[in-house]
Design a protein around this ligand. Sequence first.
Ligand SMILES: *Cc1c(COP(=O)(O)O)cnc(C)c1O
Length: 384
Amino acid sequence: MTDRFETLAVHAGAEPDPHTGAVVPAIQMSATFKQDGVGGLRGGFEYGRSGNPTRLALEEAIAVLEGAAHGLAYASGLAATQNILYLLEPGERLLMSDDVYGGTWRLADRVWRRYGIETETLDLRDLDAVAAAFSGQRPPRMVWIETPSNPLLKVIDISAVARLAAVAGAVTVVDNTFATPYLQRPLELGADLVMHSATKYLGGHSDVIGGLIATRSDELAETLRFHQNAAGAVPSPFDCFLVMRGLRTLAVRMERASANALVLATWLAEHPAVERVHYPGLPDHPAAQLVERQMRLPGAMLSIELRGGEDGARRFAAATRLFTLAESLGAVESLIELPAPMTHASAAGSPLAVPGGLVRLSVGIEAVEDLRADLEAAFAAAAA
Ligand SMILES: *Cc1c(COP(=O)(O)O)cnc(C)c1O
């Protein structure tokens, strides 16, 4: 048909229904499917955990958008992560970037460690250190990249890390939640698996929890598909419908939110109350050239360190009106939060601990003048 993302986002997985002409995939709630004689499945559906038409539409859509051969949908981003960790055997090592999503670290460190998976964190921007990790006696079996990272917006060179991992026969996973396939396509850069919290930009409206995986490997897909059914953390058909609905506007939402974020980041970088801005789109970002190469746009997440420290940050985050003080990100509405006591609380005391005074902004698609005025008023209130 086309390989242009904007068109694919609207049409992938959403062919008009051949029977009714409906242009929206039906929400098929049936938990089981009639067989024409034992094993005589119509359309391959047997039981709702192993497969469902609405879920299949979403799985086809994410495969198309990530340039993959296979897509898999889960009940949450962490359920998708868990399914990826099932690829590891006890005694095998997992290498993770050192500021991954707090819940990813918690799952690896607090749950999977009990089953013999050894997780280590590393600053994956340091390619010499990555090369050393993979050339040791017992190299990691898997490397987990999150880029841009959360909440410090570090940017990791996906193709460089994937190349080093491949030499050791390790699986490269990219959590593509912050970028979405509109901004960054990890499989084209050599990653084996892409994982998403669909709760964020793909859903896009803060009204669904979901997770997705995409891969080009038949072998990995088969193992993932086995565990998707065997462990059962599948999404409801209604949740799949909501994520599909979100995907259709992904390109325009990402364009607008990224444009807003660039305006705000540029303004904040000059603001007297701000010590430091972390945003991949600023010319002084340490990986500005890599961002240019690896991403279509720098995205709509940014974090700031305030001169007023943690107390000032708390007052600031409590004083915004349009930016809602809440966890999560990636929706049409702008959100603000303090990672240390909120999203990254489980990282306290670990290698992933973040500065107490850090404020994270998820920039939405509102009028940027209103967002800037909201932040300006909050700076004034926090200083009073
Ligand atoms: C939210 C998030 C997750 C976890 O996804 P859930 O849908 O909340 O389970 C994983 N990675 C990143 C980057 C996230 O933002």
